[in-house]
Ligand binder design. Sequence first.
Ligand SMILES: Cc1cc2nc3c(=O)[nH]c(=O)nc-3n(C[C@H](O)[C@H](O)[C@H](O)COP(=O)(O)OP(=O)(O)OC[C@H]3O[C@@H](n4cnc5c(N)ncnc54)[C@H](O)[C@@H]3O)c2cc1C
Length: 385
Amino acid sequence: MVGAGADLLTVYDALGQVGVTLPAGSCPTVGIAGLTLGGGFGLLSRALGLTCDSLLAVEMVTADGEVIRADDKENQDLLWACQGGGGGNFGVVTAFTFKTHRVAEVSIFRISWPWTELPGVLEAWQAFAPFADERLTSLLTLKAGSAGSVSCVGQLLGTAEELRRLIQPLLSARVAAPSSVSIEAMPHLRAVGQFGGLGSDPEQWTVHQHQEQVRFKNTSAYAYERFGEGAIATLAAELSRAPSSRCLVQLDAYGGAVGRVAPDATAFPHRRALWSLQYQAYWNAPAQEAERVAWVERVRRSMLPHTRGAYINYIDANVEDWLTAYYGPNVARLTAVKAKYDPREVFRFPRSIPRASPGAAEAGAAEAPAGGARGEGATDERAVA
Ligand SMILES: Cc1cc2nc3c(=O)[nH]c(=O)nc-3n(C[C@H](O)[C@H](O)[C@H](O)COP(=O)(O)OP(=O)(O)OC[C@H]3O[C@@H](n4cnc5c(N)ncnc54)[C@H](O)[C@@H]3O)c2cc1C
């Protein structure tokens, strides 16, 4: 059982001490609560699923102040909704019960190429990453042209030799030779530290002190089909004219255990996506904010013809037709759960699930989430500690 206030660093560390883990996110400051309630993707996801796929039960305080439990025997509809239906919608979770996974050693890789190779690298990655051995999860980071590089990282539940063999499609892509390649086996907890920017020694980990305050904007979309030349050229063009080297697009490979779950088996609907995209910009000085936020919105919009839906955990007031974008075929069921557990909509915010939606019936009929062209709103920016 995990208390709802725990951050990922605490969860990974405590579980790692007894040789188990959860497939959760990369960043140590993220809370287990919001991550799980919205889905939860990380470097074990193609092997072990989303964080919400390991969720067995929640303890929740309802709007009426009642403490209830949701598991496979009681309040199953609420457990279903807590597996991707988004944080803050149904009540306050006070504890999560997860199934854990025994993971000792992993192998990780990092490859970098010169930025000019972006089209060929993206072409090679998209043909490889969502279809690779399920034990392998990889992320592709396309930085702004001024940053000068394109990079891919990944993690295998297997040996370094296996990993070197499995990533051959990337290493032998028809592009210029990588500028750097590293492949290394290590204990899983050390890999968590490396991907989370904490360093290799868990004894030295700390995330809440002495960290620079950085502001950022992050929004998301999904690719359900491989990108053609037009989509790749659009990404390259937007990245080449990004206002800062701290602008980037990250692609997280789906498929594997994420894709084996039916889109309506949990509230998280994007099971058939090939990868998610995150459009990100970072800055420190307030004067830089407007141009960075504008760039994120520009690249998101320019990619709409090639993408569908969005990830609730990168909630963004600009996302059009947001209920459908975030929840696809699960909207009608989620509004019914809302009506049952929070009928007075005590838990209400600009992107909270309503107890009924005029569009719910139509949205429920949709096979896969789609983005529309409706609605404008304020951006969602948060300071990261
Ligand atoms: C730096 C960074 C890195 C990230 N990396 C990843 C990643 O690798 N993978 C990934 O999938 N996502 C990632 N995310 C997205 C992350 O999953 C979401 O931001 C998520 O909402 C964070 O949850 P939180 O509890 O930390 O945030 P909060 O802002 O505290 O909460 C998010 C939402 O959940 C609700 N909530 C929080 N606690 C509870 C509770 N106990 N009961 C009910 N509702 C609650 C809040 O009301 C809010 O609506 C990242 C985000 C950041 C900022």
